[in-house]
Every structure is written in C-alpha cells, then in structure tokens.
Write a protein that binds this ligand. Sequence first.
Ligand code: GLN
Length: 223
Amino acid sequence: MVTVGVLALQGAVREHEAVLAGLGCHTRRVRRTDDLDGLAGLVIPGGESTAIARLARGSGLLGAVRARIDAGMPALGTCAGLILLADEVADPAALAGLPTVGGLDVTVRRNAFGGQLASGEWDVDLTVPATTDGQLASGTGTGADPTDGRMRGVFIRAPRIERVGPGVEVLAVRDGEPVAVRQGPVVACTFHPELVPDATLHRLWLAGADLHDTPSNSPVAPS
Ligand code: GLN
C-alpha cells in the first residue's frame, strides 16, 4: 500500500485522509520535515494559506516539501494548497511575504471571487478522461466514478488561476476558466474535491503520478 502524506498544519486534513483511505492509500500526517521521509506523495489541503505558511514559518517544512517536489515527489494542492504551490501569487502582499512552496508554474489570486457569500457549489467540466482504474477503485466509500465528464466543485473563498504556464495542463474548467491543473505529478485545483463523494480528482492525481497499488500489496485484491 502506498503511503501518502497530508500536510496537517491547518485545514481539511481529515477529509483528504478519508478520500485517500477510500482509494486504498495509507496516510500519514505531515507536521515536521522528517514526516516527509518515505512518502509516495503529499496532499496540501485547503484551509487558509496564510495560516499554513505562518505555522510552517521557521521550520523549514515548506522548503523541504519544495525540495521533494523538485526531486519528483507527486503533490496534490487544493484551494489554499494550490496557493501554496503556485509560483506566483498575484497580490504578494496577500501572503505577507511569507515563504510558500512554489513549483507549479501558475499565477493565482487569493479570494478572487469575494468572501464567504460568493462561495458555493458548481459543476466543473473535466478536460481529460476520468480514470476508472480498477485498483484505485478497490477501496470503499469514495469510489463513485463520473461518466459524464463532470464533477461537483465546492468553492470556498476560492482563488482564481490567472495564468497557466506552458508546461501546465488544464484538467478542469468552470465557465471556461481553469479550475484544476497538472504539471507532471503535481495537481492542484481551486475547489475542495475532498468534500464531495466523488474521488475523481484524487484518482486523476494518483493515476497520473503512477501511485497505483500493485495487485500484491493492494488492500483488496482486484477481481
Ligand atoms: N482563501 C483561502 C486562502 O487564501 C483559501 C480558501 C480555501 O482553501 N478554501 O488561503
């Protein structure tokens, strides 16, 4: 079973752990640099990017995450996680000059749609086929596969992706705007895929990053 870390300083940690467990992954909470050792991948959850950056300040944790990503570690960043992974935040003052992770060639703007009142749920259109990998589907509970090229997006004080670099692939759009992107084994989105009973985005990340369980170590043998 692969072990996937979830950065656990602040935000939707438990919800990501539940989705990952449903997909047959072992999870580990990451709070210190040495928690990264041996991880197959890392989820950076949504929450508040300033809070996460502040809690990590001085620990070297975000820099260590970046070094792992540069060395090829797959990462999934959702909402605040996307902001932390972005190479550029459009309003730098918004992060109070705190160091982040970076590594994903996009420009994002925090709270681009306004505050809580502008938050809500909308369908997003996938621009790539959703994976229905049998082994990733071997867990229980969160395995519903979309058949219509859409998934539900929960947007909470969401950032906007204002620029997508040349090596970055768009995975999903809403109203023609990118809301999920992939750069190699790094996937990030502006919404909260851990809050819906459809694990499409986690599956896309795990499959694209080649984090498959093998039949011999899968918790449930594929039929
Ligand atoms: N607005 C938050 C931030 O700037 C992100 C919101 C979220 O993760 N739901 O970090």
